[in-house]
Design a protein around this ligand. Sequence first.
Ligand code: SF4
Length: 79
Amino acid sequence: MSIVCCPQGVKIPRVFELMNYHQVYGLTEYAREEYKKLLTGTKGEYGPEKCIECGGCETKCPQKIEIIRQLKESQKALA
Ligand code: SF4
């Protein structure tokens, strides 16, 4: 999977990785703890809260993933 850059600093691959921990492996508490770190913006990397729905990532995504929708679902599950 290619890295899709977000002008807002949303770390999309990390958010999806954490959702896998939650959904696939049932490591929900771990995923939520790691998600909290994204809220602090450490290293200029943020969670879905910073998304302004510009659509840039979806345009660039070769797999045509509905990133905005999935970010919202991640926020609901992990925030
Ligand atoms: S839609 Fe959201 S996550 Fe995607 S590039 Fe724009 S601000 Fe970043």
